[in-house]
Every structure is written in C-alpha cells, then in structure tokens.
Design a protein around this ligand. Structure first.
Ligand SMILES: [Zn+2]
Length: 262
C-alpha cells in the first residue's frame, strides 16, 4: 500500500482494515500505563479534550463511542456512535456551542495540521456541509465536508501519503514525547475559533479551539480521535470487554473528565 487515503467513511474504513491488519491490535503490546513510578508514564496519559463534563448542561450525558474494529459494538458492549465510528463523540448543546466551549489538547505536543474556515453549523444546505463522493481524495485540497493534508513522507519512508478528514474544521496534534499516543485529532470545530497553528507547541489542557458542528456532523459535538502508532493508526482509548482495548489505560483520570486532583 502506498498512499493511505482515509476518511470517516465506513467504506474507507474497510480498506484500512484490509491494508492495516499487520499493524493493528497493538493493545496487547504489554505497555502498562498504570504501572506508575516514572514521570514518563504519567505524561503518556490523556486528559479530557473538552471543557465540559457529560451531563453538566453543556455536554450531553450521551457519548458516542468508537468502533474501530467495525463490529457494531462499543467497548461497553453497547452501540457505538455508529458502526465503524473512529473516534469519541462528545456532544454539546446548541447553547454551549453558541456560548463557546473550549476544545483542549489531550496531551502535550506539536500542532501538525490545522483546517479552518468551513461553515460550522451543519447539517444544512451549505456547500461546506455536502459530503463528497467516496472516491474524492486530493492532497492539499478540500471539498465540502472533506479536507486533505498535503503529501508527506509515509511511515515506510516513501513519499506521497496524505490523509483526508470529514471534520470540516480540524486540528491534528502530534505527541513526540508520548510513547503511547502518536497523535490526536479534533473535528467539527467552530469557524475561526482555532487558536493554534502548525508547529505550535501545546501543553495538555491548552485551549486549541471551540466545539461546533462543521463538516460531516449532525449536531454540535467534538469528534476526538486517538492514533497510537502512526498517522491514522486508530486506537480505542476506552477499556472494555467488548472493544479491542481490554487492558490498556489511555486516560489520566477515571472517569476521564474527573479533575486531575481527583
Ligand atoms: Zn465522531
């Protein structure tokens, strides 16, 4: 496989599954983030990526969980956000969107990609809310809900890989000092709310943008993705008997939105 072209689309997910089987299922790698004892271990854990708590009147109680192994079952044995959902959807109220709800860096790192300027109250008839065809992938360009990175070096050293996201306004942060998380992705951001630029250094908890409903979105929410071993190498940060992650802790707190002193 040369250029990896992926979106939120389930169809494309199937391709990922087929192409990426050798790199999947790394949750059994034996890295135990709960061991404690060294500062590095603590820094690998993720903080809650939005400034609200499920059920607090800003965040809805319901969370749309990932289904990265595409079996239609989330980590908690209930329905995921939808079959093949690649991230965690944290839904906010319309009022919370209008008031401004901060999206926060989940871990320290360097901002890699920023896409802004798309209309942010989808769904609607706005052109920025239109989902392009399943085969539209053009590096460095955007079309409707979809934005694509320029071509970069692939993990195998060849050139010409790029990545497409259906999140409209999107930020991707790389975490070079985090041994367990390569990058995190934040979708559906409010137009012109992004306060970081590519190359910026961020700390965990830093505000990077505000949540809204840009891109392929049916209601205001943050779509938060965890990539563990490389770009678009999806990980499920939620431990559970029905998901692909049965033992590896990704979150700093339990529940993830609990304050750090808790
Ligand atoms: Zn989502």
């Amino acid at each position: 496989m040369t250029a990896i072209k992926l979106t939120l689309l389930t169809i494309i997910l199937s391709i990922l599954s087929a192409c990426g089987s050798s790199g999947s299922d790394d949750n059994s790698s034996g890295i135990d983030a709960n061991m404690g004892g060294t500062p590095n271990v603590q820094s690998s854990l993720l903080e809650w990526p939005i400034d609200c708590v499920p059920g607090d009147g800003k965040c809805l109680a319901r969370i749309g969980y990932p289904d990265i192994n595409i079996d239609g079952v989330a980590h908690d044995c209930n329905l995921p956000g939808y079959v093949g959902h690649q991230g965690t959807d944290i839904v906010i109220t319309e009022q919370a969107m209008l008031d401004g709800t901060a999206v926060l860096a989940a871990s320290a790192g360097t901002v890699r990609w920023v896409f802004d300027g798309k209309f942010d109250q989808c769904p609607s008839g706005h052109p920025d809310c239109q989902v392009p065809s399943d085969d539209w992938f053009v590096p460095g360009q955007s079309n409707g809900t979809r934005v694509c990175t320029p071509e970069i070096e692939c993990s195998n050293g060849s050139f010409g890989c790029f990545y497409c996201f259906d999140g409209g306004n999107v930020v991707v942060i790389e975490h070079p000092d985090n041994p367990d998380v390569h990058a995190t992705r934040y979708d559906h951001l409010k137009t012109n709310s992004i306060v970081v630029s590519p190359g910026d250094i961020v700390s965990a908890g830093d505000k990077i943008a505000e949540a809204a409903s840009a891109g392929r979105s049916t209601a205001p929410h943050l779509h938060f993705e965890v990539w563990d071993t490389g770009f678009y190498e999806l990980a499920d940060p939620w431990v559970g008997t029905c998901g692909p992650n049965t033992n590896k802790q990704f979150w700093k707190n339990d529940p993830p939105w609990a304050s750090s002193q808790g």
